[in-house]
Design a protein around this ligand. Sequence first.
Ligand code: ATP
Length: 479
Amino acid sequence: MANYIPFQIIRDHLATFFHKVVSLVNPYNEITIHEYCGEYMNRDELYAASQAYLSSTCSSRARKLKADLSEESDKPSVTIDDYEEVIDTFRGVRVWWCACMRLPNSQTMISFYPSQDQRKYYRLTFHKHHRKLVEDEYLNHILREGRDVTVRKRIRKLFTNNPSSDWNGYGGSLWSHVVFEHPSTFDTLAMDPKKKREIIDDLVTFREGKEYYKKIGKAWKRGYLLYGPPGTGKSSMIAAIANFMEYDVYDLELTAVKTNTELRKIFIETTGKSIIVIEDIDCSIDITGKRKEKEEKDDDETDKRLPQMEEKDENNKLTLSGILNFIDGLWSACGGERIVIFTTNHVDKLDPALIRRGRMDMHIQMSNCTFEAFKVLAKNYLGILEHDLFDTIQTLLSEVNISPADVAEGLMLKDSRNEDVGACLMNLIRVIEAAKEEATKKAQQKLAAQENKKSSKEESSIVRPLDLEEKNSKDELAP
Ligand SMILES: Nc1ncnc2c1ncn2[C@@H]1O[C@H](COP(=O)(O)OP(=O)(O)OP(=O)(O)O)[C@@H](O)[C@H]1O
């Protein structure tokens, strides 16, 4: 065999030697962050974070920019163009960023990954004295800030869970989603201003509480129970919270979940910075205290009918303990920064274990329309802060229970071209008066029914002489 050294080996040795010589005189270090990495060529999170960070922090200093519209955002994003260098400063230390691209060695290469025909990467250059700062702190800073920018810019989504029978459809997805565009905010929400302030303060404390939750050893999540009659704004409150926190919403339909195991899988698929909602929890599933009591009463018969396996294996069905685990079991802490919200029209039907403080940290009562709440609706719907008819409306609202939904309906302009505020308020007065009449009628009927019941009870307790005779003759016949 011929004794020669292949050209490629010589070239590699020369390159290494050259690099060593250069690094002796070059005081700068470089880190490259590739767009795709790993065996399966996943998009690298640090690359995505760097891109977001550079677009928000450094792009104003760049001359050459590029813009695109990603699926995850509704606004075009502008970032530095390829081979454009920008300077960033961290704790007084300067670093240089450059977006670079490596073309494939062979033009004939066929690739299944978009990355492989153009390998994009960022080159981060810094003085070697600052290597520790960059590795230990600056890169984490990029990751944190970049993730925040991505969350701020993303399109928020409203998810709903698919029934497990469909998990092989919808691309194998456990959740389907649409863009979340509910317009409700705390400004448009009609409720007691003090209560509203309390909720906003609680949300802000939660949002800023990452370190605090870590310190006290609690998972970074918060539970809210919203209860009150229909049409008092429970769903509107959820939307207002989502808009205020800029979170996604996972609307969990419990009736589509068959077992605790399914619930766990569904939960694991949710992400941080999200609200998980179970609406009308009392109607959703057999988990309320009252139904459980009934179950216990029927126990003897059920035991005989149900297969023993099913009774023993809790994971084969959806149980109260499965839901409790979902709220505060070990795996509920994965991902962090989550809000769980239950809504109900009948708080008294719920098992106390489900809503105890610590699980549902804040119980929020959504009430019928007060005058304060009406003023918010009048501002939203008619753009007015006061009117001569307000006094009449205030008196009427103090006399009758009417939901904000009904008041809002009464304030709707019947003809959007004719914005007669007085006519709208008169219409509302008629609506409230009709509600008042209806309530009086119902109260009278209830009273009459009670009177009837009472008098028929009294009647049946009067022992008539005929009955007495009958009883005596029976007693005589008895052995
Ligand atoms: N507190 C409120 N502030 C502003 N608007 C409200 C409020 N309550 C109700 N509304 C209006 O009434 C409509 C219905 O309210 P919403 O669905 O939020 O009530 P809900 O309590 O969730 O009702 P349900 O218990 O029947 O689901 C809303 O679209 C909104 O226009």
